[in-house]
Design a protein around this ligand. Sequence first.
Ligand code: HEM
Length: 283
Amino acid sequence: MADVRPYPGAPRWVKVSGIVIGALVLLLAIIVFTGVGGGDHGPGRHASPGEAGGHGGGTRGGLPMLLGVLVLGGVALNWGWLVNRALPRLGRSSIVRRWPLWRRTARVPMTMTSGLRKFVLAAHVTSSVGTLGAVTVFLALAVVGLTSQDAQMVRAVYIANGLIAWYIILPLILAALLIGVVQSLSTPWGLFRHYWVLAKLLLTIVTIYVLLNQMDGISYIAGVAAETTLSSADLRGLRNSLWNHAGGGLVVLLVLVGLSIYKPRGMTRYGWRKQHEQREASH
Ligand code: HEM
């Protein structure tokens, strides 16, 4: 029988990311549960008095859900470390050791022909880096919308941002997620085998979630701009929220590109076991 090397644990970058995610979760939890920052989060909260009602209601409860995604992300990324160090007792239980629960049915990833793999990769890079470009344009327009003194320019900017968000950013990022998942499952990378792929999956899902929460506000301000001119004080909170979120999204997208290019080493416990099983099968 082949020698089974013990799982070396999660690499340092994963542990550091876990700590950062933990700190963010804590911060968000404080904001949500103490009501610092006005309680409700979403477009309605940023709108001027009298405009707050009637839209953005769907975001109620959004932050707790985001917190949940972040907690799950932190736990998933640091599972090996948690089992080995933080939960040594729990780690001995058979249920925990059997993670992930679907391992017995997990299959070896399909491999694509080199031509097809290149084609899918080209589609993935086009859609994902296209998202980054579109978010950059959105951010630039959002800043112009806040700073320009030209009323017609301000109207044009918010109308354009509504179109960019619905017809470019949202479809492109959904395509990047879909194609990313397909190519992960169809190449030796796998979806849950390497920490960098898992991190991309979680970050992309969180980004899409935040974007969907913003869509209401983006449409609302585009609608107002289409009907009337905006003074510099109108919908100030909502207009600030547009560039804040676009800036944050841009940073996350840059991290995603960095993860994709550098592909930092580190296999999940699941990936480690799968690699071992494949080696055994090929002997
Ligand atoms: C908007 C978010 C994303 C961005 C900006 C992005 C960016 C990129 C880039 C630039 C590459 C090319 C890297 C190279 O080959 O050197 C790449 C490859 C890859 N991406 Fe993404 N990606 C995103 C989302 C995802 C998601 C959600 C997944 C799946 C969980 C994923 C999985 C992969 C995989 C497995 C590769 C390597 C493919 C191969 O070698 O054939 N990506 N990504």
